[in-house]
Design a protein around this ligand. Sequence first.
Ligand SMILES: *Cc1c(COP(=O)(O)O)cnc(C)c1O
Length: 226
Amino acid sequence: MSIKANLSSIKNSFYNPACLLIAVSKTQSSSAILEAYGAGIRDFGENKVQELTAKQAELPADIRWHFIGHLQTNKVKYIAPFVHLIHGVDSWKLLLEIDKQAEKSGRVVSCLLQIHIAQEETKFGLDREELLAILQNPELQHLKNVRIIGLMGMASFTEYIHQIRTEFRFLKNLFDECKSLQLPENVQLSELSMGMSGDYLIAQEEGSTMVRIGTAIFGERNYTKQ
Ligand SMILES: *Cc1c(COP(=O)(O)O)cnc(C)c1O
């Protein structure tokens, strides 16, 4: 199937049609990205800073670039001038650096706090206490160049649907709990980024507002081509 056909069958399968589809284009060529762009997609996700900046420089300027990988503090400066949303913020230190670099670019950069919901130790993210510590840090209100707009999480890589659903439900409950807190003005919790090719329908049933889908759009990634 073509990229265009994949996109339309994914869109048609959505449990929540209002959910934002982010096309995860890591390792994909510019021509593949342009094919998705031609089918109307404007939100693309990348997980490597160097790859993202190279693609941003040569692809259409109205693309909204989402950074979905693990972001190192020393690389924030390369994406702060243009990034639309950083999904994987997992420390106070990283948030401070994003604020600093966003200020240099005269921007306010939207961020999601990444929560560790999977069983695998390898996945990044904050636990509930660490999340609450960031949201309740009295210094947070002074970060004028970041806006925290929600949470992001990745479920376990497993065949057990019930396990995946339980993890997404945990994240949604945490999201609702955070929304009920007294929060500073630069925290406006409206987005829940959860769901990938294998689990986006479960994620939508559990309240996802944005799904990050790669393989189901572009096919298997070929890392050796890089
Ligand atoms: C690669 C990646 C995706 C997309 O995964 P697929 O299974 O190809 O849809 C989603 N989110 C993150 C954080 C990723 O790194």
